[in-house]
Design a protein around this ligand. Structure first.
Ligand SMILES: C[S@@+](CC[C@H](N)C(=O)[O-])C[C@H]1O[C@@H](n2cnc3c(N)ncnc32)[C@H](O)[C@@H]1O
Length: 268
């Protein structure tokens, strides 16, 4: 996984098509108070902190960025040092160069955040990842998860679209390890990890745009891109009416748009 993320030079804001309002709502849901301790698990280059900074002049909580990929972590260090004073980085930010599963600490957090990261764990490891998240929380701690919203009739199609891109982009470990769990699977995993499942606090559109991956992930390779688009159209054509009634595939000049969804859940 790490090898792939050490080569994956993408701007998540761009490929995830996240809007400022999505972040505004996410921060309302998170509701971080002064002096709280926050850990951003698989936080990439710390997009959460960078977005929070755009909204607040001062950082007044403790932010731990846990990230196993050096490329992502170093990008985060560079961006934070451009954005914040050296003293603020020293005081409030910790860069944790680790995989969640091998991470050990006595520290307990007010907020554990998994943003677009649970799918990085294989189905076998997801329950342990959730158990680990629970262990990191203090007594009043809150776990916030942001993930693809996948009713069971959408899961297979969504997963096939993304994993085909990973295959074509040469992200071999990601292709083998990542698992996109359906809502039912997710709720069962939470339950097994000792976390009471809840309904999402916020479900929002993720207007998937293949072209956003063309340069950044397929390196502008037109034959790989064409193969991906043909694959998507073929599997969509063979999908159920249940899926087609909700998920629309629109062909544009440069690629395909698909109206997927994402959701944010909070466990207190
Ligand atoms: C899709 S990216 C999301 C990054 C960030 N959370 C965001 O939304 O901008 C997934 C991140 O999870 C990290 N990751 C993958 N496996 C992990 C693991 N076992 N423990 C912690 N982080 C992991 C990857 O290195 C990558 O940075």
């Amino acid at each position: 996984m790490q090898e792939d993320y050490n080569r994956r030079k993408v701007d998540y804001h761009h490929i995830h098509a996240t809007s400022n309002v999505h972040f505004d709502i996410f921060f309302e849901i998170l509701n971080i108070s002064d002096n709280q301790k926050v850990i951003d698990v698989g936080g990439g280059y710390g997009e959460i902190l960078l977005e929070l900074r755009k909204r607040n002049a001062n950082i007044n909580f403790y932010y731990d960025l846990l990230e196993p990929s050096n490329l992502q972590l170093n990008k985060g260090k560079e961006k934070f040092l451009k954005d914040l004073s050296f003293d603020a980085v020293q005081k409030y930010i910790q860069f944790i160069d680790s995989d969640l599963m091998s991470f050990t600490t006595e520290k307990k957090y007010d907020h554990v955040i998994f943003k677009m990261v649970l799918h990085e764990f294989s189905l076998e490891n997801k329950k342990n990842a959730l158990k680990k998240a629970k262990l990191l929380l203090n007594d009043n701690g809150i776990l916030t998860i942001w993930r693809p919203y996948l009713p069971s009739y959408i899961r297979n199609f969504f997963s096939a679209v993304i994993l085909k891109k990973d295959e074509l982009a040469g992200f071999n470990t990601m292709q083998k390890t990542r698992y996109f769990d359906s809502e039912d699977q997710f709720n069962s995993l939470l339950f097994e990890a000792g976390i009471k499942p809840v309904e999402p606090v916020f479900i929002f559109e993720y207007l998937f745009d293949t072209y956003r991956r063309f340069e950044s992930e397929l390196h502008g390779n037109t034959s790989l891109y064409k193969e991906w688009l043909e694959f998507i159209q073929e599997i969509y054509y063979n999908e159920t009416n249940a899926l087609k009634n909700q998920v629309k595939l629109i062909k544009g000049d440069k690629g395909i748009y698909i109206n997927f969804q994402r959701a944010i859940y909070q466990y207190k």
